[in-house]
Design a protein around this ligand. Sequence first.
Ligand code: AMP
Length: 240
Amino acid sequence: MHVQTIGNLECSVRAGRYSVTLLIGAPGAGKGTQARVVCETLGIPHIASGDLLRDHRRRGTPLGEIARSYMDRGDLVPDDLVIEMVIERLGAPDAAEGALLDGFPRTLAQAEALDGELAARGGGVRAAVNLDVPTEALIARICGRRICGNCGGTFHLQLRRLPRDGSCPDCGERLLQREDDCESVVAHRAAVYQQSTTPVLEHYRRRGLVHEVDGARPVQTVADEVLALLQDRVRELVAS
Ligand code: AMP
C-alpha cells in the first residue's frame, strides 16, 4: 500500500490549502468501511453525518430527538440542522487540516453550504469518491448488517461467521441491527438517496471532482483503488 507516500504528499497539500474528501454512495455501498481504511491511512478524521446524528440520539439532545423520526422513516433530516451539525464538527481541532466526509452532503443545499464554508477557509472539496453498487446488492448488504455499539465494528452475516450468541467477535458486546436497516425502510432510503444525491454528484461532476469506483468488489480491492486515486489527486494539487 501507499501509506508513506500518501502521508508525505498529504502533508504538502495540507500546508497549502484546507480541503476535504467526500465519500458518496447509497446506503450500504460500504462508505463507513472504506472511510475507516482511508482515514487511518491518511491520518484525517472520519466525519459521518449518520454517526453524528446517532450520537445525538444516544445522548438525547434536542437535535437527536428531532432527527429520530426522520431517521426511523428513512427520510433525510432537514438541511439546516445537518449543515449546522457538520460545520460545527469541521471546526473541531482534529479537523483543522481536513477531513473525510461520509454521507454529507446529501442534497444540493448541503453541498452549496459546504462549498461556502470551505471557500471561507480558503479551501474546497479535493475529491468526491462515488462508490457505485447495484441496488439489489445494496438491499442484501444492509439487511444482513450488524453493528457493535461498543467498539463500532460493522459485520455482515453472509461475509463473516459470527458467534452464535450474537456477540461481537472483536469485543464480545451484543451485536445490533440498526432500526433503519430493516427491509421496508432500506428500500425507501435507497429511493431517497437516488432522488436527493444525484444533483450533488452532478454538482461535483461539473467541476471534475468525481471519481467513480465500483464498490461491489472485495473491501481491500476497493480501498486500494480509492487510496490510489486520492494519491493521484494529491499529486495534482501539489503540482498545481
Ligand atoms: P447513514 O448512516 O449515512 O445511512 O444515515 C442514516 C440516516 O441519518 C439517514 O437515513 C438520514 O435519516 C440521516 N442522515 C445522515 N446523513 C444525512 C444528511 N447528510 N442529510 C440528511 N439526513 C442525513
